[in-house]
Structures are given as structure tokens and as C-alpha cells.
Design a protein around this ligand. Structure first.
Ligand SMILES: Cc1cc2nc3c(=O)[nH]c(=O)nc-3n(C[C@H](O)[C@H](O)[C@H](O)COP(=O)(O)O)c2cc1C
Length: 216
């Protein structure tokens, strides 16, 4: 059984291309055998709070020493981490906003990537003291942007901080395999955009076949 965590980060409920790709992937998967739970977390319409000084103090206080307010402060983070832990496949459907991830998705990342929960920190490891706690997961990144050329070798590669940032962080979500599909040219609305949508849909369908075969 494969459990899916489906995260949406577009602020738009209507006409969102990243949601369209995410729904295509998740609905395509749930029509097949071997599906466990699908947990939907819509940070685009229901963003987690941005972490605060009190949140950081609570996170760095050993669990047994936390007071009631600190446990409460971390309750949502605990819940979001448990959703990530239970997932085999994490689907993140997200727009590019200002060349990176939307603030709502970054708020989710900051709630989830937490010391002694999703990573451990030990200076005995030398210059790379962080190690992920989780492992063995697959991350499916489904993105949409108004401009184009953000992929490796593209004309705006240097400006594309969405997929590279999520790829870096995904280590602490336990992702060991990453697949990425992007729609581009949304702001141009021309034939290149239509082609980009058609190609992305095909890539999602191919990915579904590959991943669901691997999971069967
Ligand atoms: C606030 C905001 C910021 C955006 N910033 C960028 C950007 O930096 N680069 C880009 O190519 N497109 C940018 N766009 C365009 C979106 O990435 C594009 O409309 C995408 O399709 C939105 O995703 P959605 O269709 O899932 O809502 C921005 C759109 C909005 C609303």
C-alpha cells in the first residue's frame, strides 16, 4: 500500500495549473490498485503560521521539558510532521511566486523541518552536522510559472529558485527519489503555453505509470 501526501500551494482555487497537475496525478493514482491513504494538505488556501521566537524556543526545548504552552505551540508542527512521516509519496503542487516557492509553502517547510524530528544535529559529524531522520520517500514536484526557461540549461536557470530550493529541502522530508514536471509560459498564454500544458500532462501520466508499476 502506498500512502500519498498531497500538498497544494497555489493561492488560487480556480484556474490553478499546479492544482490541475496535482489533481491529475492524485486522481490517476487513486484509480489504481495498491493505494493506501491520500492525505490532502492545502497550504495555499490554509497557510500554516510563520514560525516565531517562541516556536523556535519550544522546538529546541527537549520534549520532556516543554511546558503546556510549548506543546500547544508545536501541535500543528507535530501534525504536519506526522503527515510527512506516514507518506510514501509526497506530491507538492506549487506555483512559482517571485522566482521561488510561495510564502505559504515556505511556512509549511519551516513547520516540518525540525530538530530531532525530521533532522538530527551533531557537531561530531564535522562540517555537515545535519542528518535526515526520514528516508525512502518519493517526491513529486508539480509546478507552474508565468515565464519560462528555469530548468537546467534554460535561459532563466539562474533565476529559478523553486525546484532547486525544494530539492535541497526534500532531503529532510525523507525524499530519496525526486520527479519534477513543470508548466511554463502561463503569462504568455500562447502556443508555447498550450504545448507546455500538453507536455506536462503527458509527463504526469508517464510518471503515474512508472511509479504505480514500481509500487505494485
Ligand atoms: C504573486 C505572484 C508572483 C509570481 N511570480 C512569478 C515569478 O517570479 N516568475 C514567474 O515565472 N511567474 C510568476 N508568477 C506567475 C505564476 O507562477 C503563474 O501564474 C502560475 O501558473 C501560478 O500557479 P497556479 O496556476 O497554480 O496558480 C507569479 C504569480 C503571482 C500571482
Amino acid at each position: 500500500m502506498t500512502n500519498i501526501l498531497y500538498i497544494n500551494a497555489s493561492a488560487r482555487k480556480h484556474g490553478s495549473l499546479s492544482r490541475m497537475l496535482g489533481d491529475r496525478f492524485v486522481n490517476g493514482w487513486t484509480g489504481r490498485d495498491g493505494v493506501g491513504d491520500v492525505r490532502h494538505r492545502d497550504v495555499g488556501t490554509n497557510p500554516p503560521p510563520i514560525i516565531s521566537e517562541d516556536w523556535i524556543a519550544a522546538a529546541f526545548t527537549p520534549r520532556a521539558e516543554r511546558n503546556g504552552a510549548q506543546h500547544e505551540m508545536l501541535a500543528l508542527s507535530d501534525q504536519l510532521i506526522s503527515e510527512v512521516s506516514q507518506a510514501d509519496v509526497i506530491v507538492i503542487a506549487t506555483p512559482m511566486y517571485n522566482y521561488g516557492m510561495p510564502g505559504a509553502l515556505k511556512a509549511w517547510v519551516d513547520q516540518v523541518v525540525r530538530v530531532n524530528e525530521t533532522f538530527t544535529f551533531d557537531l561530531a559529524r564535522g562540517d555537515y552536522p545535519l542528518e535526515p531522520v526520514l528516508s525512502g520517500k518519493t517526491l513529486v514536484l508539480l509546478t507552474s510559472s508565468g515565464e519560462f526557461g528555469f530548468a537546467q540549461g534554460g535561459t532563466r536557470e539562474e533565476m529559478g529558485h523553486l525546484v532547486p530550493h525544494l530539492t535541497t529541502v526534500s532531503k529532510y522530508l525523507g525524499a530519496e527519489q525526486i520527479h519534477s514536471v513543470s508548466i511554463e509560459y502561463q503569462e504568455f498564454g500562447d502556443a508555447r503555453h498550450s504545448r507546455s500544458i500538453a507536455t506536462a500532462k503527458e509527463q504526469v501520466d508517464e510518471l503515474l505509470k512508472d511509479l504505480s508499476h514500481a509500487a505494485a
